[in-house]
Design a binder for this molecule. Structure first.
Ligand code: NDP
Length: 235
């Protein structure tokens, strides 16, 4: 059986690093993308422990030019004719502490670039390198669910994740002809730099859950919004 090739964005810490660890443990070839590979100590240690199975490449989601550079480098690490079986659009940003009265365009622009436009444009750029039947997973959030918005909180984040949800549906339609399944998955409230120490779920548990959900996806799931245990979330 041939090895599956997986690309994970924001792979240097948090959920992205845990995705990388667990995907390596299950035998995949992982391309771990992050802003500063030279400083990604945990990834570089993992790469040393898994010769030939982990490649660390630079990617800044906010810069489409960086997407193009990644697409140029990918074939070199994938090998002749190989394609990605899974793309995990994990990188994300949350500008906390927003208050009505002091909202700034800068937070919105950054959040939309990284959380919504970035994953959409990256997927577009990498489309020729996705295998037929590949899976694309967009790390969304229940905070992006309009139906669940019960109070004011971090509008730049919530709105950008709502936009990511729409990007997921758009991509699902655009890629259905190639059997590519695109989903938005909420990881739960997870103990990372973003989720904080009081969060409910350990990264190991959240990622194991999401990988189980991904393994169980079929074409009828494309365009759905799911939680880390596979339950449907409202938009
Ligand atoms: P972290 O803040 O721990 O990690 C975020 C990752 O995204 C880092 O690797 C960071 O890289 C990367 N990143 C940020 N901006 C960019 C950019 N412009 N280009 C490339 N990479 C970038 O977050 P989590 O691991 O907790 O979150 C992962 C995903 O899960 C995110 O999409 C988040 O929104 C989502 N999520 C998380 C929840 C939680 O409770 N933790 C809840 C719901 C959703 P760098 O180190 O360079 O900053």
């Amino acid at each position: 059986m041939t090895r599956r090739h997986v690309l994970v964005t924001g792979a240097n810490r948090g959920l992205g690093l845990e995705f990388t660890r667990q995907l390596l443990a299950q035998g995949d070839h992982v391309i771990a993308a992050c802003r500063q590979p030279g400083r990604a100590n945990a990834l570089n240690t993992l790469a040393g422990d898994h010769p030939g199975r982990l490649h660390v490449l630079p990617l800044d989601l906010a810069r489409p030019h960086s997407h193009q550079e990644l697409a140029r480098e990918l074939p070199l690490v994938l090998g002749q004719g190989a394609r990605l079986g899974l793309l995990v659009n994990n990188a994300g940003v949350l500008h906390s502490g927003e208050r009505l009265g002091s909202l700034s365009a800068a937070n919105f622009e950054d959040s939309f670039r990284v959380n919504a436009i970035g994953p959409l444009l990256l997927t577009q750029t990498l489309e020729p390198l996705l295998a037929d039947g590949a899976r694309v997973v967009n790390l969304s959030s229940s905070l992006g669910a309009i139906a669940l918005a019960g109070r004011f909180g971090t509008p730049s984040y919530c709105m950008s994740k709502a936009a990511l949800n729409m990007a997921t549906v758009q991509l699902a339609h655009a890629l259905s002809g190639r059997g590519i399944v695109v989903v938005a998955i909420s990881p739960g409230w997870v103990r990372t730099d973003m989720g904080g120490n009081n969060a409910e779920v350990a990264p190991t548990e959240a990622v194991a859950g999401m990988l189980r959900v991904v393994a169980g996806l079929d074409s009828s799931d494309s365009g759905r919004f799911l939680d880390w245990q596979g339950a449907a979330l409202p938009w």
